[in-house]
Structure formats: structure tokens, C-alpha cells
Ligand binder design. Structure first.
Ligand code: NAP
Length: 301
């Protein structure tokens, strides 16, 4: 089996690295905050002291970090992943980042004689733990086929969508619907509620109607009870909406519902809800539609 490396052992990266260990792979890893990697070390992962050391010792190196600037932080400089890459090695970035930045990075990886793939995932912590994550892959077909068996240890659906950067483009195009759907669902619940229907009843009816997508089935109930730890917080969701809007502008595709939802994510952050799951979009609507003393907003019409 190939030796694997993993840089960025956060909520998603840590769990993916665990799946790779559980599948029997040899994995070495690095996380900026080393303490977060302790449970993986206990599960058999070797802890490296830099991203470069991870890439230098691995045939296939994965990364999964927050955003484009975090990606630069782990790839650039004397201790970065790029410095550890060389001929015969493959680098797979699973972060949701700017497609243009991902393409530019792939070019720099090629200059070192290695190959890069972008392989973002669609799904949540729950989907990942259930082994049902979808992986989209961008990059040269031969490299995709080389790592496909490893990706299948992460999730059962691995789709090669095109060249470098195309998978993150697909991922951003997918993610805008998460927030847009959540906002539309919130509007339905809040309208029903303000019209006198119990919130629980409204959620039950909607989640048993034709609008109940798989995402709404697990996130819809958050309007009744928010999880203590966000599955995907408002700041992270807004990162993806901004990537979508930037791509929309560049490709001349208007994204009206993305733009409106993005504004309400800004409102969520202004209301102190930045670290809550983006289901907090519902709370934003509640605050915008709650009757104020001395107004008639309690009455319809
Ligand atoms: N959560 C989800 O449901 C989900 C689903 C699909 C895709 N994604 C995508 O997966 C990626 C990771 O998300 P996550 O939920 O795992 O986030 P997370 O738990 O916040 O983890 C982020 C990781 O990036 C590292 N990092 C951030 N800035 C860094 C920097 N400047 N230098 C070095 N390392 C840095 C963090 O290190 P520290 O531990 O030191 O902070 C951590 O390992 C994101 O692109 C996200 O959009 C997430």
C-alpha cells in the first residue's frame, strides 16, 4: 500500500485521516495545532513536524484546510507541501478553495515533477462518519485513476469532473444550493409560524413534503434545536457563497438567490451568530420578523 500524508486535521480532515487509518493505510499527518492530532496519533498516525515533512515521506499527500489563504500557508515556503513534492508523487487537495488558486497551484506542483488533483467533498460530518461522502475530482485522468482506490476508502462516490480546478468549481456550484435551500426552508417555516402554525408542525410537514432534500432532512430540524457545535458555520458558508459570487461575476452568470442569501449570512454575523451552524439563517429571519412593541407587525395585512 502507498504511504499517505495528511495536512489539516480539523473537523473534516481529522475524520478523513481516521477513515484512511481504519482502511489499513500508513498515514503521517500534520496539523498547525498539534494537540488536535492526538487522537489520530493514538489510532496509529505518525505526527510530522511540517507539511514539507509529510509530503517528503508520502507517495500521496492530502490536505484539507479552511480556505485559499490557509492553503497557501500549508503549501508555500520552505516548510510547505510544495517543498516536499517531487517526481512520482501525487498531491490531493480536498479543501473548498478558489478554483483559480487551485489551478495555479497545480501548475507549481507540475513544475516539481509531481501531479496535483483537487478533490473536494460533498457532505457533512454525519455523511462522512456514515461512509457516504461524495468526492469530486479535478486533474489528469491517469492520476485520478491512481488515487481512486484510496478515495473510495473515504467515500463511495468518486466522480472525475474535469481538469485541475474543475472539481472545486463543481463543489462551489453545489454548495451555494445548501445555503439557498436552507434560507427558502426557513422562509417557509417562519411564514407558517407567524400565521399561527406551530413551528414543530411546520417543520414536520415540510420535511415530509416534496421539498425535503437530503440536506434539509438533516439540517431542517436545526430550526427546532441547534447543534452545540456547528456542522458548518456561517463564516465557512459565506466563504463558499463569496467564491460562487466571484465565479458568477467572472463567468457572467447572475446568481440572484446566492446574492440574497449571502446578505443574510452577513446579517447573521452582525447578530453574533458567525460561529453557529448556517441554519442560523432561520434565527436571522425570526429576528427580522419579530413584532416590536408599539408596531402593528403582529397583525397580517
Ligand atoms: N465541515 C463540513 O461539513 C465540510 C463539508 C465539506 C467540505 N468542507 C470543507 O473542508 C475544509 C475544512 O473544513 P473543516 O470543517 O474541517 O474546518 P476546520 O475544522 O476549521 O479545519 C480547518 C483546518 O485548516 C487548518 N488551518 C486553517 N488555517 C490555517 C493556516 N493558516 N495554516 C495552517 N493550517 C490552517 C486548521 O488548523 P488548526 O487546527 O490549527 O486551526 C484545521 O486543520 C473547508 O474548505 C470546508 O469548506 C467542510
Amino acid at each position: 500500500m502507498a504511504t499517505l500524508g495528511f495536512v489539516g486535521l480539523g473537523v473534516m480532515g481529522g475524520r478523513i485521516a481516521k477513515r484512511l487509518l481504519d482502511a489499513g493505510h500508513r498515514v503521517s499527518g500534520y496539523n498547525r495545532t498539534a494537540a488536535k492530532a492526538q487522537s489520530l496519533v493514538a489510532a496509529g498516525m505518525r505526527l510530522a513536524d511540517s507539511p514539507r515533512a509529510v509530503a517528503a515521506g508520502a507517495d500521496v499527500t492530502f490536505s484539507m484546510v479552511t480556505d485559499t489563504s490557509a492553503l497557501h500557508a500549508v503549501t508555500d515556503g520552505p516548510d510547505g507541501i510544495l517543498a516536499g513534492l517531487g517526481p512520482g508523487k501525487t498531491y490531493v487537495d480536498m479543501s473548498t478553495v478558489s478554483p483559480a488558486a487551485s489551478r495555479a497551484l497545480a501548475e507549481r506542483v507540475r513544475e516539481r515533477g509531481a501531479e496535483m488533483l483537487d478533490a473536494p467533498v460533498s457532505g457533512s460530518v454525519a455523511t462522512l462518519e456514515e461512509g457516504r461522502l461524495s468526492v469530486m475530482v479535478g486533474g489528469p485522468a491517469a492520476a485520478v485513476e491512481r488515487v481512486r482506490p484510496i478515495l473510495l476508502d473515504i467515500g463511495p462516490v468518486v466522480t472525475h469532473v474535469g481538469g485541475n480546478g474543475q472539481a472545486v468549481l463543481m463543489k462551489v456550484a453545489t454548495n451555494l444550493s445548501l445555503a439557498v435551500q436552507m434560507l427558502a426552508f426557513s422562509e417557509s417555516v417562519r411564514l407558517a409560524e407567524r400565521g399561527g402554525i406551530d413551528r414543530k408542525t411546520a417543520v414536520h410537514v415540510l420535511l415530509n413534503s416534496v421539498i425535503a432534500s437530503p440536506m434539509l432532512k438533516y439540517r431542517g430540524p436545526f430550526v427546532l434545536q441547534m447543534p452545540e457545535d456547528a456542522w458548518f458555520d456561517c463564516t465557512m458558508m459565506q466563504k463558499d457563497m463569496l467564491l460562487a459570487l466571484e465565479m458568477g461575476r467572472a463567468l457572467r452568470v447572475p446568481l440572484p438567490t446566492t446574492a440574497a442569501t449571502n446578505e443574510l449570512l452577513t446579517a447573521a454575523r452582525a447578530m453574533g451568530l458567525a460561529e453557529q451552524d448556517f441554519a442560523a439563517l432561520f434565527e436571522v429571519l425570526v429576528r427580522l420578523s419579530s413584532p416590536h412593541p408599539g408596531t402593528e407587525s403582529g397583525r397580517a395585512g
